[in-house]
Design a protein around this ligand. Structure first.
Ligand SMILES: NC(=O)c1ccc[n+]([C@@H]2O[C@H](COP(=O)([O-])OP(=O)(O)OC[C@H]3O[C@@H](n4cnc5c(N)ncnc54)[C@H](O)[C@@H]3O)[C@@H](O)[C@H]2O)c1
Ligand SMILES: O=C(O)CC[C@@H](O)C(=O)O
Length: 528
């Protein structure tokens, strides 16, 4: 099998070597595609790699019939329609660490350029003017830098600002007093930060909550002569409000690497002498581009070949050590889900997945998603995967609950799945036996020992002498060979179940002879 990867933005050639070197992966670099051309071509690719230029819209994703993964060589994923990706079962991965240093250094370069009017002075000198009066700047030493968003880049900027002997005050919903103390900075609310800062730099993602968080009301609360830096995302600062605040003299200067609409070659802010700008260059260093391309290439190879990603954006990320521990249960969890879709009657309303034994020590979200995938796939088709399984269940009003329980029933690990419909509750439990692999060990209240694999027939019957023989003969008449058989019963002579593993796929009508037997109450074909 060969996977086709399309790279639609310029990426470091050294950085994509892991992709080029991977067996079974074909790399196609086409960095000049229009949106229409991309939509037309995307159908034949398994992976798409982008920076921030390519807009991966719902329209493009909906036409990407084979697409499994979108890799973003960088941090921000606002150029990718994440909801559409999740709905279509496409995992989105990014490279969150590779450009932190470059973006922080660029922010500091902008801060210093802003304070000393370096770009304006340079332009003036380029125009043959020796003007030493217009470009008088201010020192950073002793000034306060307000950092909004103390994540990877915000923290790095704060540390560098301290090196300039600035005071730093930060705000981030996750910044605790303890952490602020350790970093040697002050902390407060957004309002505290914007009120006291001489320079304000934003380092949040662009989200519903952060869009225009620096707006007219915020500018009104700032110190007169404040200077603003945005090397994060256009749109965090309301550009119209910034324009007015500069015109009114409230804001003395602004340094912008990013804009609400990019490319921004004809922006009114660029006409203001107080504004200095770069065309989204925060991550544009040789090192950052190589780092992010390497990281994202490795993740794409890993996902296409092993089904595991290190930096998923539309799935909770699970540390590699944990993934290694739970990976052996992936197959079992999906099979348990699939088993139940065959035996439960009616519309599924609730899925309860319980873990006991050693499984309780791990993050089991991926196993729950895999179980849900197994439950939905039979009716919704192969496009159901662990990326969209929870979304598709939620869309159908199915409640999914995850439990951890201490009842191991003597097994070192036990994964139990219960499915509720209006008319019934059905349960199946499985375990991983050391050296022997997965087993179904319980179906409803019956204990069994079944390898969850292949072609199966599930029979409900009355426990009485001769039933097993009659079942064998009925199947023999249809040339169906029994490979394994398990029976379970509630009481002697009571309700019982039989799980048969057979050698070939069985058509439902081949089982009519069985259904005609008086002792048989139900017969279901199961394909695992
Ligand atoms: N200019 C560039 O080329 C460039 C390069 C790299 C990253 N970026 C951008 O820089 C930004 C930061 O990147 P990062 O790697 O530090 O991300 P990060 O996820 O490490 O940090 C973002 C921080 O913002 C915080 N945050 C979220 N909502 C907030 C709010 N309402 N108020 C205050 N803080 C809030 C989060 O808690 C988080 O700590 C992103 O927008 C990213 O896309 C730009
Ligand atoms: O691809 C780029 O150069 C921009 C990257 C940057 O904005 C990011 O969010 O990582």
């Amino acid at each position: 099998m060969t996977y086709k990867v399309l790279i639609s933005d310029p990426l470091s050639e050294d950085g994509i070597q892991p992709l080029r070197a991977a067996e079974g992966i074909e790399v196609d670099v086409q960095t000049d595609l229009s949106a229409d051309e991309l939509a037309e071509k995307i159908g034949s690719y398994d992976a798409l790699l982008v920076r921030s230029q390519t807009k991966v819209t719902r329209d493009i994703i909906s036409q990407a019939k084979n697409l499994k993964i979108i890799g973003r060589a960088g941090v921000g994923v606002d150029n990718i329609d994440l909801s559409a990706a999740t709905e279509y079962g496409v995992i989105v991965v990014n490279a969150p660490d590779g450009n932190t240093n470059s973006a922080a250094e660029h922010t500091v370069a902008m801060l210093m350029s802003l304070a000393r009017n370096i770009p304006q002075a340079f332009l003036s000198l380029k125009n043959k003017k020796w003007d030493r009066k217009t470009h008088v700047g201010v020192e950073l030493k002793g000034k306060t830098l307000g950092v909004i968003g103390m994540g990877r880049i915000g923290v790095e900027v704060a540390m560098r600002a301290k090196g300039q002997r600035m005071k730093v005050i930060g705000y981030d919903p996750f910044l605790t007093k303890d952490r602020a103390e350790k970093l040697g900075i002050d902390y407060g609310t957004v309002e505290d930060v914007i009120k006291v800062a001489d320079f304000i730099t934003v380092h949040t993602p662009l989200l519903k909550e952060t869009k225009h968080m620096i707006n007219k009301a915020a500018f009104d609360k700032m110190k007169d002569g404040v200077q603003i830096i945005n090397c994060a995302r256009g749109g965090i600062i309301d550009e119209d409000a910034l324009y007015d605040a500069i015109k009114d003299g409230k804001v003395a200067g602004a340094a912008l690497d990013v804009f609400e609409e990019e490319p921004a070659t004809d922006h009114c802010l660029l006409d203001l002498p107080e504004v200095i700008a770069t065309p989204h260059l925060g991550a544009s260093t040789v090192e950052a581009q190589e780092n992010v391309a390497i990281d994202v290439s490795h993740d794409v190879v890993r996902y296409l070949t092993e089904g595991v990603a290190r930096n998923p954006v539309n799935l909770p990320s699970v540390p590699k050590e944990i993934l290694n521990k739970i990976e052996p249960y992936f197959n079992l969890s999906e099979k348990l889900g699939t088993f139940l879709t065959h035996v439960c009657e009616g519309v599924i309303e609730e899925i309860n997945v319980s873990y006991s034994g050693e499984l309780t020590e791990f993050e089991v979200g991926p196993l729950t998603r895999n179980t849900v995938k197994g439950l939905l796939k039979r009716h919704l088709g192969d496009h159901v995967n662990d990326v969209n399984a929870s979304y598709l269940a939620e869309k159908r009003g199915i409640e999914v609950n995850e439990h951890k329980s201490s009842q191991t029933k003597g097994f070192t690990n036990l994964l139990k799945v219960e499915v509720k419909t209006k008319s019934s509750t059905r349960t199946v439990a499985g375990t991983l036996l050391n050296g022997l692999g997965p087993r179904i060990v319980q179906v409803d209240n019956y204990s069994v020992d079944v390898i969850p694999d292949g072609h199966m027939i599930f029979v409900n019957h009355t426990d009485q002498p001769g039933v097993i023989g009659k079942v064998g003969s009925s199947l023999a008449e249809k040339n169906i060979n029994i490979a394994a058989m398990q029976v379970g019963r509630s009481d002697v002579g009571g309700e019982a179940i039989m799980i048969l593993t057979v050698d070939k796929h069985v058509e439902d009508e081949d089982l009519n002879l069985l259904r005609d037997l008086e002792e048989i109450h139900g017969v279901t074909v199961i394909e695992l």
